[in-house]
Design a binder for this molecule. Structure first.
Ligand SMILES: Nc1ncnc2c1ncn2[C@@H]1O[C@H](COP(=O)(O)OP(=O)(O)OP(=O)(O)O)[C@@H](O)[C@H]1O
Ligand SMILES: [Mg+2]
Length: 280
């Protein structure tokens, strides 16, 4: 790692101005502005094809904007060696799974701390890496799976191991692309609890979470970006952004958005029946 590239103290985790992404002549992101202060967290919501994954790929430095400026952890893309910046950015996506070897959980998580997806068994001879791996696994409640092979894990277990992999390299910015995909209700609720704890860790990473369902939003999440057709439709404090009108408009469906007393959100379709009983 290039030691000169470290997250700039006090700098926003993300500062994007007027980002466009054009691929094969198609504009996928259009004029996106985004500010995520260090230590704050952002959820990105929007329909299929809105550009959510594309935005995360930009923040992961896997893709570059066609136009506009992007600063990550205080470093401007184009002026910084992205290979030196990447170790500070964790990216969790099922799309990365094919890169992973079917080795033990402990070895894969320990390998992530040195940026390897196929680490040699010798990583387990490094006490610092093994300790970092156990700590990361404990943070997401799956240290008991340390000796299991990855491909034997359930979807929910694997998802938490993916997050532990990302945490093992102590990222300043953690990007989660649909971490709830494929989880059953129990797995979803466990992951919401894990994320709520992560979001309130004093030295934890800034988290950008892409998700499809309001029910999956951790209660500690306070900012939301709504994307539709590559445009930022709304961005700001969660109570101002997640209104029934705005969410209905973005998903092109009449929806009633409710925040429960415990801080969890949900969206349900507006039907004649729930209109009749006064639910909307
Ligand atoms: N290389 C490419 N060339 C052309 N179009 C692309 C390319 N990559 C992505 N797209 C298109 O850009 C749009 C946004 O894709 P993206 O994967 O960012 O959406 P998303 O919001 O993550 O959707 P989903 O909820 O389905 O995951 C889609 O219409 C997609 O087909
Ligand atoms: Mg996507």
């Amino acid at each position: 790692m290039n030691p000169s590239v470290v997250p700039a103290p006090g700098a926003p985790a993300v500062r994007a101005r007027d980002l466009d992404v054009v691929r094969s002549g198609v504009t996928i992101l259009r004029g996106a502005d985004l500010d995520v202060p260090a230590g704050e967290h952002l959820a990105v919501l929007g329909p299929n094809g809105a550009g959510k994954t594309t935005l995360l790929h930009l923040l992961a430095t896997y893709r570059f904007p066609t136009r506009g400026s992007l600063e990550l952890l205080g470093h401007r893309l184009g002026r910084v060696d992205v290979r030196a910046l990447r170790p500070h950015i964790g990216f969790v996506s099922v799309a990365l799974d094919p890169l992973l070897e079917d080795i033990t959980v402990l070895r894969t998580v320990a390998g992530s701390a040195i940026g390897s997806v196929a680490p040699p068994a010798a990583v387990l001879d490094e006490p610092a890496l093994v300790t970092a791996a156990h700590t990361a696994l404990e943070r997401v409640g799956v240290d008991h799976l340390a000796d299991r092979r990855i491909l034997t894990l359930s979807q929910g277990e694997r998802q938490r191991v993916r997050i532990a992999r990302a945490l093992a390299s102590a990222p300043a910015l953690l990007l989660l692309d649909e971490p709830f995909a494929g989880l059953d209700l129990g797995g979803r609720e466990q992951l919401v609890t894990v994320l709520d704890a992560l979001l309130t860790e004093p030295d934890g990473p800034t988290v950008v979470l892409v998700t499809h369902h309001l029910e999956e939003l951790p209660t500690q999440l306070r900012r939301v970006l709504l994307l539709a057709e590559g445009r930022a439709v709304a961005e700001g404090p969660i109570e101002q952004v997640l209104t029934s009108a705005q969410v209905s408009s973005v998903f092109a469906t009449p929806l009633q958005v409710v925040r429960d007393a415990d801080g969890r959100w949900r969206a349900t379709g507006v039907t004649d029946e729930n209109r009749r009983v006064g639910r909307s």
